[in-house]
Design a protein around this ligand. Structure first.
Ligand code: ADP
Ligand code: ASP
Ligand code: MG
Length: 390
């Protein structure tokens, strides 16, 4: 009988020290001992990619994109080697692979690349030799042999894409929380852990700031109908299954985005500027009339390119409600927040999303208020109803 193949990904905090890498190794060994083949994807040790990014910024506020990829990909190379050494020490066969050694071919978009293919034979040979294969997340190589990276948080995408392309039986994303919550549990203490979440709701959450999963990995999982389990590296709980659900919660969750800048543009130029942002690969978190909101990382790009068209730049935050039946919320929420001294600077509604633009200092309070009013209440009412029926 063919052995089951499991892809396991461990994020930065999970591999943040040699002791933690030891615990990751033990977890991987447990899976191996169950008679399964294992491919492990790891991130850089926590803080390392930020450290490399700030070294680059010290040299140039807009570093060359190709060289930035060479630099940022170094973090993951350290972790794969340390994990392989740890597994050797514990008596297991393991081989570390950088993205290019794994034949991860991407398109040309430096800093935002997409995986096109992998070297199947390489994986097959190593797995048949009973090796644990450890792959550096977040990186690949374009057709010219240049190193590329997949965007911040991209190791999730390496793992899910590998799981899809290798036909894995399971893809597990281990992180520092024990699943996907109705809001970032570091902001809302009473956030509710979701047993499962639909692909499209998870996409909306990730797109609007829930960084527990990298957006492209959820898009990939949805396209190939590949279930993904999000689990804690530090606890044995079940986690959250990201899957296709037959019915979806009314208000599913809140996604928060900090470090966003609101830019007021010269009105006549607004449309042209929006088109230019797209060409520059700048993600617009907001676009309404002559106002756009972009990541802090993209602000210097825009300031250099569009200097004379920018009227004002100010830090803001966004709060996005994801779910169905949002009419009442959209009608009432601005007034309710105002009663709590929270001013909504701008708002936007489409399909299963309501998005609010807020002052950064109001974000956490607004999230706790909306969570209590619209998520906790309906969650407990639904739970009570279910218990009554049972
Ligand atoms: P990793 O390094 O393992 O990839 P990340 O820091 O990228 O981990 O993602 C995990 C973090 O995502 C959590 O620590 C949590 O603060 C944050 N987060 C944001 N929104 C959510 C959410 N809805 N559910 C769970 N975690 C969330
Ligand atoms: N190390 C990269 C980052 O910090 C990729 C990842 O962690 O997924 O963004
Ligand atoms: Mg991450």
């Amino acid at each position: 009988m063919e052995k089951r193949l499991i892809v396991q990904k461990f994020g930065g905090t999970s591999v943040g020290s040699v002791e933690r890498i030891q615990r990751v190794a033990e977890r991987v060994i447990k899976t191996k001992q169950q008679g399964q083949q294992v491919v492990v994807v790891v991130s850089a040790m926590s803080g390392e990619t930020n450290r490399l990014q700030s070294l680059a910024s010290e040299v140039d506020s807009l570093p060359n994109a190709r060289e930035l990829d060479v630099l940022l990909s170094a973090g993951e190379q350290v972790t794969v080697a340390l994990l392989a050494m740890t597994l050797h020490k514990l008596g297991y066969k393991a081989t570390s692979l950088t993205g290019w050694q794994a034949g991860i071919i991407t398109d040309d978009r430096h800093n935002q690349a997409t995986i096109k293919s992998i070297d199947h034979d390489k994986f097959k040979t190593l797995l048949n030799d009973d090796q644990i294969v450890i792959v550096a997340g977040f990186q690949g190589m374009n057709q010219n042999g240049d190193v590329t990276t997949l965007g911040r948080g991209g190791s999730d995408t390496t793992a899910v894409t590998l799981a899809g392309l290798l036909g894995a039986d399971e893809c597990q994303i281990f992180t520092d929380v024990d699943g996907v919550y109705s809001c970032d549990p570091r902001v809302v203490d009473s956030a509710i852990k979701l047993d499962s979440i639909d692909f499209s709701d998870m996409q909306a959450m990730a797109k609007h700031g829930a960084k527990v999963l990298h957006l492209p990995c959820v898009e990939f999982a949805d396209r190939y109908n590949l279930d993904v389990r999000v689990l804690s590296s530090f606890s044995p709980l079940q986690g959250t299954l990201v899957t296709r659900l037959p019915s979806r919660a009314s208000v599913c969750g809140l996604a928060l985005q900090r470090e966003v800048y609101r830019i007021d543009l010269a009105p006549l130029k607004a449309d042209a500027i929006v088109a230019q942002c797209q060409l520059l690969g700048v993600t617009l978190h907001w676009h309404s009339g002559s106002v756009v909101a972009v990541d802090s990382n993209d602000v210097s790009k825009l300031l250099q390119m569009l200097q004379q068209d920018i009227i004002d730049v100010a830090p803001v935050s966004t709060l996005t409600v994801v779910g169905a039946e949002l009419d009442e919320l959209y009608q009432k929420v601005q007034m309710q927040l105002l009663e709590n001294d929270i001013k909504v600077l701008d708002s936007f509604r489409c399909d299963r999303v309501v998005k609010l633009l807020l002052l950064p200092e109001h974000l956490d309070r607004a999230a706790n208020f909306i969570h209590a009013q619209y998520i906790e209440l309906s969650h407990y009412v639904a739970k009570d109803k279910k218990e009554l029926i049972l």
